[in-house]
Design a binder for this molecule. Structure first.
Ligand SMILES: O=c1ccn([C@@H]2O[C@H](COP(=O)(O)OP(=O)(O)O[C@H]3O[C@H](CO)[C@@H](O)[C@H](O)[C@H]3O)[C@@H](O)[C@H]2O)c(=O)[nH]1
Ligand SMILES: O=C(O)[C@H](O)COP(=O)(O)O
Length: 312
């Protein structure tokens, strides 16, 4: 069975009745996002915590920021956890996936909604949009955002279509190894929602492989038809330079490789990516170690579930 076709978002008022006793955590992973995280927190809080109460907790996972991300997020009304201080006994790791995996240990929602913290064009409808299929259909496990994504120029004007890693890496990989997932319009969307009971059983790449891994693991364990998609309109974010997209692409590739052949694929804990700068003497190599490691399923970690018990 293929992934589900793209849906229009449900009316938020109708979702409140469907929510019943189901609890919802909204989580923003954030690394040096002082310029944008405050507005996102404020908008979500006004609309869905203080307004129509669809969200039970609003949490920012501060991912080793060196700017005022934590302070700004707290002032805007989020609970903030430093990813590095959540179970430090588990050892250090850095990356977006690490922040999402750590969020499982400090939140209690039955449903988790993830929003990137660098959003420039988006809207509060993202939250009920992502929750809708999970609240109304028990067969849905994971919901991906669908949107138009412009590539903004330095002046903020739309230069061309964005999603460079999506188009050059994720889609070709799905075409080669997972054609049953080719119906995914935005496989790498950083805005998605998932049932805790599923995400806590997945291995989670610590870096940017987290999204593609969650999609593949959902399809492997629950079937591609457990993945829903919702059209949220348009989304713009802060862009990487092309050279920092290299490590991201490598992490996405590695997460797919590791899951080939039913999970018996090639798993490498790290790789060295060599890029080149032209200098007066010719081309100088710039080598980066890229972390390809994965955290084990959160549910397998001793002490997991304490946040839920404490809040329950
Ligand atoms: O070490 C990190 C790096 C990033 N982030 C946060 O993760 C979000 C997305 O990071 P970003 O660098 O902006 O990624 P994108 O360029 O937006 O990459 C897209 O593609 C990635 C690979 O699939 C996804 O992980 C992203 O969510 C998706 O938006 C932002 O809130 C970051 O602050 C962290 O928390 N820790
Ligand atoms: O999801 C992606 O493909 C990467 O985040 C790059 O997106 P961009 O090309 O819109 O910056």
């Amino acid at each position: 069975m293929p992934v589900r076709p793209v849906e229009v978002p449900a009316a938020p008022e109708a979702l409140l009745a469907a929510k019943g006793s189901t609890t919802v955590s909204v989580v923003l992973p954030a690394r040096d996002e002082e310029e944008t995280v405050g507005d996102i927190v404020r908008v979500v809080r006004n609309a869905w915590v203080e307004g129509l109460p669809l969200v039970d907790e609003l949490v920012v996972l501060d991912s080793d920021s060196t700017d005022r991300t934590a302070e700004v997020a707290r002032a805007a009304g989020a609970r903030v956890h430093a990813a590095a201080q959540v179970h430090p006994r588990l050892g250090p790791a850095t990356g977006k996936g690490e922040a999402l995996w750590k969020s499982l240990h400090v939140t209690s929602g039955d449903l988790l909604v993830f929003l990137d913290a660098d959003l420039l064009q988006w809207g509060p409808h993202f939250v009920p949009g992502l929750l809708g299929p999970l609240l109304t259909d028990p067969g849905v496990v994971l919901v991906k955002a669908v949107y138009d994504r412009p590539l903004l120029g330095a002046d903020g004007d739309e230069a061309e279509a964005g999603g460079r890693v999506t188009e050059l890496v994720a889609r070709p990989l799905l075409a080669l190894h997972h054609p049953e997932l080719s119906g995914l319009v935005q496989p790498l969307a950083g805005e998605w929602a998932v049932r805790r009971t599923a995400f806590e059983t997945f291995s989670v790449p610590v870096g940017y492989g987290v999204e593609i891994a969650a999609v593949l693991d959902t399809a492997a364990h629950h079937g591609a038809e457990a993945i829903a998609q919702v059209d949220l309109g348009r989304r713009a974010h802060r862009h990487h330079r092309h050279d920092t997209l290299g490590p991201m692409a490598l992490q996405v590739l590695a997460a797919v490789e590791a899951r080939r052949d039913g999970g018996a694929g090639v798993f490498e804990p790290s790789a060295t990516l060599t890029q080149y700068d032209r200098g007066p003497e010719g081309h100088t190599p710039r080598r980066r170690a890229v972390d390809l490691s994965e955290r084990p399923p959160a549910a397998s970690v001793e002490g997991y579930g304490r946040a839920r018990e404490e809040s329950g």
